[in-house]
Design a protein around this ligand. Structure first.
Ligand SMILES: Cc1cc2nc3c(=O)[nH]c(=O)nc-3n(C[C@H](O)[C@H](O)[C@H](O)COP(=O)(O)OP(=O)(O)OC[C@H]3O[C@@H](n4cnc5c(N)ncnc54)[C@H](O)[C@@H]3O)c2cc1C
Length: 204
């Protein structure tokens, strides 16, 4: 544990971002920072293990943020399609748009199940939990961005206007594919486990 005001720690400027405006983001740099040995959480050399353990939970956290955003986008879309009329009927009566809603709900449900299953494995110290957290993070964050983007499309021009929350959901969920390890790195984690001997069965 490093005290935030230790000598040698520097905090960069508050970055201007595409989304996630409520969370300040700054570069933290360490230059010759001295930390007393009593601040160590485990044995010497175990730091990487501790950091990686924290990331499993963090990945489920980001995945859950995507579930929440997708749920809101889906609910808003359902309500909007029922309300907005074009060509003499509600948008919800066009089967092409009904199919979009159905796909959004199906993908959201699949992602929610994956996140819950990975969380259950993590709670139960399953040795394959890290691969499942990586799978859930990759799947749920790709799903979250895609559902929010579809929802924006379903709102037509209003989806792009700040008065409606869709454009914010799209901007906010985009970073979930980057944060807490990019989705390419999630694929690396899963592929490495799959390629290890005899792991395919235990990943099910
Ligand atoms: C809003 C925000 C908040 C953040 N908060 C935190 C925080 O609280 N704590 C923290 O530690 N970090 C934080 N980060 C940093 C974030 O975790 C990193 O940006 C992210 O892990 C990607 O690292 P990078 O930017 O160095 O990308 P790079 O590693 O430079 O990657 C660039 C691209 O190359 C791809 N790539 C890299 N290596 C490989 C490979 N081996 N195989 C295939 N593709 C590869 C990446 O997937 C990516 O698409 C934050 C970032 C943002 C935007």
């Amino acid at each position: 544990m490093v005290p935030a005001d230790a000598a040698g720690i520097e905090y960069g400027k508050n970055e201007e971002k595409m989304g996630w405006k409520s969370q300040p983001t700054r570069l933290v740099s360490f230059d010759g920072v001295r930390v007393p040995v009593t601040n160590r959480l485990g044995e010497e050399g175990e730091g990487f293990k501790f950091a990686m353990k924290g990331l499993d939970g963090g990945r489920l956290n980001i995945a859950s943020c995507s579930l929440g955003a997708a749920q809101q986008a889906l609910t808003l879309s359902r309500d909007y399609l029922a309300e907005r009329k074009q060509f003499g009927r509600e948008l919800s009566q066009f089967q092409a748009l009904q199919f979009k809603l159905a796909d959004m709900a199906t993908e959201l449900t699949a992602a929610r199940l994956m996140v819950r299953q990975a969380a259950w494995r993590l709670d139960n110290s399953d040795p394959e939990a890290p691969a499942h957290c990586a799978m859930a993070k990759r799947f749920a964050t790709d799903m979250g961005f895609s559902v929010c983007n579809e929802a924006l499309q379903l709102h037509g021009g209003y989806g792009y206007i700040r008065e409606y929350p869709l454009e914010r959901l799209v901007r906010d969920t985009r970073v979930h594919q980057i944060l807490e390890g990019t989705n390419e790195i999630m694929r690396l984690i899963v592929a490495r486990r799959l390629l290890a001997d005899g792991v395919i069965e235990s990943l099910q």
